[in-house]
Design a protein around this ligand. Structure first.
Ligand code: SAM
Length: 252
């Protein structure tokens, strides 16, 4: 018996891994985390499987379900949005499974940041513009650990994907602008890959007003960085003649 933490992807039911979908279709118990997991993904379950929305369950109640399944020898598909490793609260479930000696595996998924880059049709890591992507959030009920406040992270001027924070966009702009500049490209993408996906693209100067006009208050991803609207950058080493020569010679 195994608990499989499975990333369902950002919304489009085709953006789940083949492995994740297969496991959902095979497990007799499917627990999914609320309305952000696409219905079609959950409906891939076996018609006789039990399907439970855990949105209103406490951690103790979820662990009790997993423990009962373990005692009955039933595999469980535990489905989370995007990738389970990011803001998925699997850490505390894993801690309990380890305490109870219940086997588990994690199957990755497409996180909102990469679905967002695909929506914009942009590369987030461009030579000489940014070679780093910071995935973060603004402090909410969960405080930021020391050294991880937005003004501290902003000093790197790396491409930044900010989760769970669209309701604090004006504060975020005020914290980022001194480092990135008000003319830095920014995008706020709402319900990426869902049928009603929407988004705005602008700069730190105008993004908050655009978002307020749209009324996005949740399920939106903030992307910031010069890689979003590059004005010119060198061809990456991957496609250079020098790399092709190394490749022909068998170097990596
Ligand atoms: C609880 S976190 C879960 C993140 C998820 N594990 C992932 O990897 O994308 C929820 C936040 O992820 C972002 N998010 C998740 N799905 C999204 C989507 N389809 N479009 C835009 N943002 C999304 C939003 O910032 C939202 O507030």
């Amino acid at each position: 018996m195994t608990v499989y933490f499975i990333g369902a992807g950002p919304g489009d039911p085709e953006l789940i891994t083949v492995k994740g979908r297969r496991l959902i279709s095979e497990c007799p118990l499917v627990l999914y985390a609320g309305s952000l997991v696409p219905k079609e993904v959950v409906l891939a379950a076996n018609p006789v499987a039990e399907i439970v929305n855990t949105a209103d369950l406490s951690l103790d109640q979820i662990i009790a379900r997993l423990h009962a399944a373990h005692q009955q020898g039933l595999d469980v598909a535990r489905v989370h949005t995007g990738d389970p490793a990011l803001y998925g609260a699997i850490g505390e479930q894993i801690r309990e499974l380890e305490r109870l000696g219940i086997p588990y595996q994690v199957v990755p998924g497409v996180t909102a940041a990469f679905a967002g880059a695909a929506m914009l049709r942009r590369e987030l890591t461009l030579p000489e513009i940014s070679q780093t992507l910071i995935l973060t959030r603004h402090a909410g009920k969960t405080p930021m650990p020391e050294g991880e406040s937005l003004p501290e992270l902003a000093q790197h001027r790396a491409t930044m994907a900010i989760y769970l924070s669209v309701d604090r966009l004006r504060e975020i702009v005020a914290e980022l602008a001194p480092h990135y500049g008000l003319d830095c490209p920014a995008a706020v993408l709402h319900r990426v890959s869902w049928p009603d996906q929407d988004g705005v693209v602008g700069t730190l100067a105008d993004i908050a007003a655009q978002v307020e006009a749209k009324g996005f208050t949740r399920t939106a991803l903030i992307l910031v960085g010069r890689a979003l609207q590059p004005e010119g950058f060198p061809t990456s080493y991957l496609y250079s003649a020098e790399h092709a020569e190394h490749y022909r010679r068998g170097d990596s």
